[in-house]
Design a protein around this ligand. Structure first.
Ligand code: NAP
Length: 451
């Protein structure tokens, strides 16, 4: 069922019928999977949905992983991207918690093009959108999305901690004997939010991170921060010593190898205890719980030496958050409150040049570890070069039937702009001059701009 939603855009200006979006699709080897459409549109709003005009988007590992490993994309072009911030410009008739002009942030269910973040307007269920408090900029709010929602789902659904326990009552001192939580990869964006929530929940926190991030990680609430570059046996020893071999919960944000190390920590070690002359706890046999976010442990635990079993728990958004308005609304209301009271802080951010055009380069930096931990890459949509809008050619894109993709046409640019600006690639380079830009590539008969 659809509804005629109220649509406004900056009050007086009529909203354009189509908008710009960055599309991805599987392409032959050597061709960029990314290209820009100027003719994306969205379906009518359902009564429980909102239309968001996005000003900033943030980049996630998932965005390059999906393209590189071909999940979430196919032969047809699709808008990728999960995280963004902007304002409400359309509301379905049943929506009670938002009004036109409200500032918002989101972690999109990027299963369909109209929800993907990498575009100017996108459609979302109102129950899956958060309010941006006045003291946060849209750039800061765009960093919240996937990191904060993943942390929330991991803690309050996968691990089953009651949401009511997240009081955010300003508690600063942890109880002396509070339970330990191990967060491997504390400087990843998910880690940044996990640490803050775990602290509000009253856990004592052990993290691993590069030394350059240790001070930052401590400022978020970690009690013990270990050097991620240390030998893994040394790391295990340090964790056992500091926790008295009593870590019961671990979240891994890095991959299979480090998830295996987390599993090793959680099982406890009889050998280590004997050598350390360490007393066993009464409740030691309760299983340890691991949430591996980026890959499951590679090897089974060595049960002969284990103090306890380890349950490896798989995170799922589709069975908890997306399409589950009772939980998503309750979680977001709790986050709204904590953000408003400044009990939760956004991750640090770094702007990529070129708006939508800069996303491919930003994702490449993310993929190859060229981004400092605890910094979220964000793109401002207004930075997308406007000259490139000049186009005379349209072709139907396999874009879920939602619109027509426009590609830059050298010919039309020549006609409209004169010979001096005939090359749209140079024009793009010029328009974002002074910033790090790679040479664009040519693909097929249309120019594809790669920044
Ligand atoms: N399953 C899901 O639903 C889900 C949800 C969210 C994220 N994820 C996955 O979780 C992973 C992390 O995502 P993110 O957005 O938090 O990543 P991110 O912000 O890109 O994390 C990058 C940081 O991870 C840290 N790191 C890398 N290798 C490490 C190691 N061996 N030990 C400790 N820290 C290490 C580095 O910190 P330093 O700078 O301190 O070295 C690096 O800066 C990604 O693979 C993502 O796809 C999965």
């Amino acid at each position: 069922m659809t509804t005629t939603a109220t649509i406004v855009d900056e009050v007086e200006k009529p909203r354009p019928k189509v908008h710009r979006a960055l599309l991805a699709q599987i392409r032959p080897t050597g061709q960029s999977p990314w290209h820009l459409t100027h003719a994306h549109s969205h379906p009518p709003l359902r009564p429980d949905q909102v239309l968001i005009k996005t000003s900033y988007v943030a980049l996630n590992p998932f965005d390059w992983q999906g393209v590189a490993f071909k999940y979430g994309i196919g032969e047809g072009a699709k808008v990728m991207g999960r995280d963004g911030a902007g304002k409400i410009v359309g509301v379905g008739e049943d929506v009670k918690n938002f009004k036109l002009g409200d500032r918002v942030w989101f972690c999109a269910n990027s299963s369909a093009s109209h929800t993907g973040a990498f575009q100017e307007y996108s459609v979302h269920f109102a129950a899956e959108v958060g309010h941006t408090p006045d003291h946060l900029s849209d750039q800061e709010a765009a960093t919240l999305g996937t990191g904060l929602i993943t942390a929330g789902v991991a803690l309050f659904r996968t691990l089953g901690i009651p949401l009511e326990a997240l009081k955010g009552d300003g508690r600063t001192a942890r109880e002396k004997n509070a339970a330990w939580m191990l967060i491997w990869g504390g400087a990843g964006i998910t880690g940044v939010y996990l640490i803050q929530l775990a602290r509000l929940l009253g856990y004592r926190i052990i993290c691993s991170a590069s030394p350059v991030n240790h001070e930052y990680i401590r400022s978020l609430g970690a009690d013990v921060v270990l050097d991620r570059w240390s030998d893994s046996n040394e790391l295990l020893k340090q964790i056992r010593e500091v926790s008295k071999d009593d870590v019961r919960i671990a979240v891994d944000n890095v991959g299979s190898t480090t998830a295996t190390l987390c599993q090793e920590v959680l099982r406890g070690s009889r050998t280590w205890r004997e050598q350390a002359n360490f007393e066993t706890h009464n409740d030691d046999t309760a299983p340890g719980r691991l949430v591996p976010l980026a890959g499951s442990p590679k090897v089974a635990i060595d049960e002969t030496d284990a103090v306890r079993k380890v349950d490896s728990l798989r995170i799922s958004f589709s069975t908890t958050f997306y399409g589950h308005p009772d939980f998503s609304r309750a979680l977001l209301e709790r986050f709204d409150d904590l953000l408003k009271k400044k009990k939760l802080s956004p991750a640090r951010s770094q702007l990529v040049p070129g708006g939508l055009y800069g996303i491919e380069k930003g994702l490449d930096d993310l993929r190859h570890g060229r981004v400092q931990g605890g910094f979220k890459l964000v793109a401002r949509l207004a930075d997308t070069p406007t000259e490139i809008n000049i186009t005379g050619k349209r072709e139907r894109a396999a874009d879920e039937g939602e619109g027509e993709a426009e590609h830059v046409s050298d010919k039309r640019v020549r006609e409209d702009q004169g010979e001096a600006s005939a090359n749209p690639i140079k024009r793009v380079k010029k328009s974002i001059s002074g910033k790090q830009v790679e040479s664009p590539v040519e693909s097929g008969k249309h120019s594809v701009i790669k920044v």
